[in-house]
Design a protein around this ligand. Structure first.
Ligand SMILES: Nc1ncnc2c1ncn2[C@@H]1O[C@H](COP(=O)(O)OP(=O)(O)OP(=O)(O)O)[C@@H](O)[C@H]1O
Length: 239
């Protein structure tokens, strides 16, 4: 039987706009589940709350209501209520998040940024570097840039480093927020291929895609978020 990875129930997020003295409702009463190897496409118009939903699952944001039950290899944990230290551990080991923005650090070479998740997982430094170079190559980062600092890279080059780092290690759950936004066709094809491999290895994925056609073959289900009206409605998600 395929194992459940994530159960999201009654998840609701709003932002308190103190300077305007009002509340902005991002999404309300979102319910869905994800199993191992499942790929869910998140859709909806601009501003409907797609990125906010992914960030709430990742616990960048705290929800105002609901549960984000993550079935970790170490046991079940509600990310909506978990201690920061447990969230940090899960991010290091089991939950990946690919955004369109690289968090580049000053004076850290591209290959070291990519190799870091492997090193932290206990892979020997030279093996980790070899694998990092392999993935930089797969995503189309030119060899002469491997030892350079990505703070100076173009948007697309930074995004390729970002992908190589985020996808180097299979995670139990992978959140993808427009990972193709600034990529050329070659890198988009490499990304689709890597996501297909990860899916086959059992990684559960939910993501928003700029070019949903790229992942059409991988999608098992689509979740469409709809705008929250200011009056209360029981549910705002169609599955
Ligand atoms: N930190 C924040 N503080 C206040 N409001 C926020 C914050 N983050 C997001 N919002 C608001 O929440 C709503 C949902 O934003 P979000 O970025 O999740 O939408 P989206 O569906 O991902 O949009 P797009 O398709 O344009 O990327 C927007 O109205 C946005 O202004």
């Amino acid at each position: 039987m395929t194992e459940a990875v994530l159960n999201v129930s009654g998840l609701t997020k709003s932002f308190q706009m103190h300077h305007l003295d009002n509340t902005l409702h991002a999404f309300r009463d979102v319910n869905f589940s994800l199993k191992q190897g499942e790929f869910v496409l998140l859709k909806g118009p601009n501003g409907v709350g797609k990125s906010t939903l992914l960030r709430t699952i990742y616990r960048t944001y705290l929800p105002v209501d609901g549960k984000v039950m993550f079935h970790s290899a170490r046991g079940d944990i509600d990310l909506a209520n978990a201690a920061d230290i447990d969230v940090a551990l899960l991010r290091a080991e089991e939950i990946g998040f690919v955004t369109q923005f690289l968090v580049a650090r000053p004076r850290v070479a591209a290959e070291d940024i990519v190799a870091e998740p492997l090193r932290l997982a206990g892979v020997a430094p030279e093996d980790a570097l070899d694998q990092a170079r392999h993935w930089l190559n797969v995503f189309g980062v030119k060899e002469k840039l491997w030892k350079a600092y990505p703070t100076t890279f173009s948007g697309g080059e930074q995004q390729k480093v970002n992908l190589a780092r985020a996808l180097i290690l299979p995670r139990r759950l992978l959140l993808l927020d427009e990972p193709t936004a600034s990529l050329d066709a070659g890198a988009r094809a490499a990304l689709t291929k890597r996501l297909d491999e990860l899916k086959k290895e059992g990684v559960a994925m939910i993501g928003v895609f700029h070019h949903p056609g790229d992942v059409a073959e991988l999608v098992d289900r689509t979740i469409e978020l709809t705008m929250v009206s200011e009056e209360r409605r029981p549910a705002d998600v169609a599955v």
